[in-house]
Design a binder for this molecule. Structure first.
Ligand code: ADP
Ligand code: ADP
Ligand code: MG
Length: 621
């Protein structure tokens, strides 16, 4: 084994790799941007080298800076983590040319699998079933349109260079095709500098099932079973699990054998994932599962595979990169129990999942499970990177127990004042349909009403808040009410401020107990993953984004990618005003009510800071 490794990544990812590398006695070196100077991964590494400003394009994505850091620290190897440069064949080659060990897939395999169309062609030749569709060279709009008509609607247009759920458009009918194609190509060239697309049949009741594969330099390749990542929002994974619900042994063997065949077709070395899409309208069947793409790197959701196999995949990566054989043969690998992972994001489900940035004044995780996180209390969720706070990973003997543990874990997360999706994850993991395994990629959208916590406190929150403001003697709450602000002298209800409104609550004898913390002078209660300021006094409470008076402020720094109104435009409630691109996401800013655009301070392509007045809507009189 080599003696040191430089990790070309950040946050949770760098920490994950440091953990295993240190256990194996390697010296760890990280690179970091100015925005990450105080991050845990910088402290935990043996050495840390600053490589520039916050913007990834000026730091984490600059190959020469990373290679310079490797030279300066005499690193023997480079681990790219996931994201950033992990699937960049040119970088892999530069690392090897510099005489360093590349802890990743061989550049030729990265290249072969890099473009979705070429990968599908290659897999088809290798006898792997691929999602039906058009993946040819003729990219003229009329030809693509004919291809889509021939496939039959609905179809999915995909950027061949796409990733992270970006550059995809579902088209339901031929009339919608031309516009969807143009918008997909626009997004593809802006995000990936490549506007080539492919067209796929849109699979109904789709399930995303992927297989973890591993190869070594001795020609061995194994699989470490499957994961199900069907719980998605906007084509991005939210909850992942292993194994896949409803997978029988024969289907598993067939699927995993195909995955190993796919890996062998590109002489794969290291960790990789073969992603499949399944038509699960009649359960999982081997003849209804098709190759979608290969990710030539370690995956965000690798911990669920580690949990069910008892293996450390980063250790496997290091050993394979050092020229060792795979630590286990296929026959030695077994599935034990069920694992689930939830991605805790700094985002606000109530506002269409807009990222929420700022300082994590209060951050508490439950204990008794694996938590992979890149931040700690007092840290910052910055606008520059992916807004993930942590991954919560549970492992239990059965799927039902695992779901219960995950729901409980997400329900006891405490974060303030940054908004999170914890309440949404809690509801999702505890949902009866989810527990029954009735899942597909449309699950979250279909059940959004019951999965997304309301903007008004639920009864459980009201009850918990009322109980918290009661002074004291819990055995006799009714007498203890004396002296409290209540609606009328003999009204038994309790007046409690939750967020910015007053609720009159009749206390039920049985209520869920919430945790309560005083942060910056405000009392915050935490229950079911939700966080609410409460108290007898009116809580000071900040509002962001669209405000009640019609001033639309930028919720975070970003770039304006579409301006849909002009000064003087009449708008209706919910009408799209602008689209902002920030933190890998497009965010639509909508009109809060019917009115007219009084002021417009937004230019296409302009970079804007946080809290800037972009649009002022005046109410119609
Ligand atoms: P996966 O299927 O593994 O979720 P993604 O393509 O969504 O694959 O990206 C993998 C991970 O890489 C992301 O979740 C994120 O942690 C990281 N990542 C990708 N792009 C960026 C970026 N521009 N900035 C920061 N992190 C990124
Ligand atoms: P990315 O590179 O962004 O990960 P993928 O090709 O892996 O792109 O697709 C991402 C997600 O989009 C899948 O997990 C699935 O939910 C959905 N998807 C992709 N292809 C299809 C399809 N042909 N039919 C239905 N859904 C699809
Ligand atoms: Mg994918």
């Amino acid at each position: 084994m080599f003696s040191s490794v430089l990790i070309a990544n950040r946050g949770e990812i760098s920490r994950r790799i440091i953990r295993t590398a240190s256990r194996l006695g390697l010296r760890t070196i990280v690179v970091y941007s100015e925005a990450d100077a105080t991050a845990p991964f910088v402290r935990e590494a043996d050495e840390a080298i600053c490589i520039g400003p916050a913007a990834a394009r000026e730091s984490y994505l600059v190959q020469s800076k990373i290679l310079d850091a490797a030279r300066a620290s005499h690193a023997a190897a480079i681990h790219p983590g996931y994201g950033f440069l992990s699937e960049n064949a040119e970088f892999a080659e530069a690392v090897q040319a510099a005489g360093l060990i590349w802890i990743g897939a061989p550049p030729a395999a990265i290249r072969a699998m890099g473009a979705k169309d070429a990968a599908k062609q290659l897999m088809q030749q290798a006898g792997v079933p691929v999602t039906p569709g058009y993946m040819g060279d003729n990219q003229t709009p009329s030809h693509l349109h004919e291809a889509a008509d021939a496939i039959g609607y609905p179809v999915l247009i995909k950027a061949v260079a796409g990733g992270g759920g970006k550059g995809m458009r579902r088209v339901n009918a031929t009339e919608e095709f031309a516009e969807a194609l143009a918008s997909c190509q626009r997004e593809a060239s802006a995000s990936f500098s490549n506007d080539r697309v492919l067209i796929e049949k849109y699979i109904f009741a789709p399930r995303h099932i992927e297989v973890q594969v591993f190869g070594d330099t001795h020609g061995n390749a194994v699989h470490l079973f499957e994961r199900d990542c069907s719980l998605q929002r906007r084509h991005q994974k939210v909850i992942e699990e292993a194994p896949a619900p409803g997978m029988d042994q024969a289907t598993r063997e067939a699927l995993c054998a195909v995955a190993v065949k796919a890996a062998k077709a590109v002489n794969y070395v290291g960790a990789g994932t073969i992603e499949f899409i399944a038509d699960a309208s009649e359960g999982l069947r081997p003849d209804r599962i098709w190759f979608m793409e290969m990710n030539t790197r370690l995956q965000v959701e690798h911990p669920v595979t580690e949990a069910i196999t008892g293996q450390d995949l980063v250790e496997w990566q290091l050993r394979v990169a050092a020229g060792e054989k795979l630590p286990k043969t296929q026959e030695e690998l077994r599935i034990t129990g069920w694992a689930m992972e939830a991605r805790l994001y700094a985002e606000n489900p109530a506002t269409g999942f807009l990222p929420s940035i700022g300082r994590l004044e209060h951050l508490r995780f439950p204990s008794g499970l694996r938590i992979d996180t890149g931040v700690d209390e007092g840290g910052e969720v910055s606008p520059y990177y992916d807004p993930m706070i942590a991954k919560l990973i549970v492992h239990a003997p059965t799927r039902e127990t695992a779901a219960g543990l995950l729901a409980a874990a997400c329900g006891s997360v405490q974060v303030w004042p940054v908004k999170t999706n914890a309440g949404f994850l809690h509801r999702t993991a505890g949902d009866a349909d989810f527990i029954a395994g009735n899942i597909d990629t449309g699950f979250i959208e279909r059940h959004a009403d019951r999965l997304i916590p309301g903007t008004e406190p639920s009864t459980a929150i009201e009850q918990a808040a009322a109980r918290l403001v009661l002074p004291m003697d819990r055995n006799d709450p009714w007498t203890a009410l004396t002296g409290f602000r209540i609606a009328a002298p003999d009204d038994p209800r309790i007046a409690v401020e939750i967020s910015d409104s007053t609720k009159l609550v009749s206390l039920d004898p049985i209520t869920q107990a919430a945790a309560s913390v005083t942060i910056g002078g405000s009392k915050i209660l935490f229950l079911n993953g939700e966080a609410w300021p409460y108290g007898l006094e009116r809580a000071e409470h900040a509002t962001g984004g669209a405000s009640a008076d019609g001033a639309i402020l930028s919720p975070m720094p970003g770039r304006i990618i579409s301006v849909n109104v002009r000064a003087g435009t009449q708008v209706v409630k919910g009408q799209k005003l602008l689209v902002l691109e920030a933190m890998k996401m497009e965010q639509q800013l909508l009109s809060p009510f019917d009115g007219v655009v009084k002021t417009l301070n937004a230019k296409l392509d302009a970079q804007i800071a946080e809290g800037v007045l972009l649009v002022l809507i005046e109410k119609e009189h």
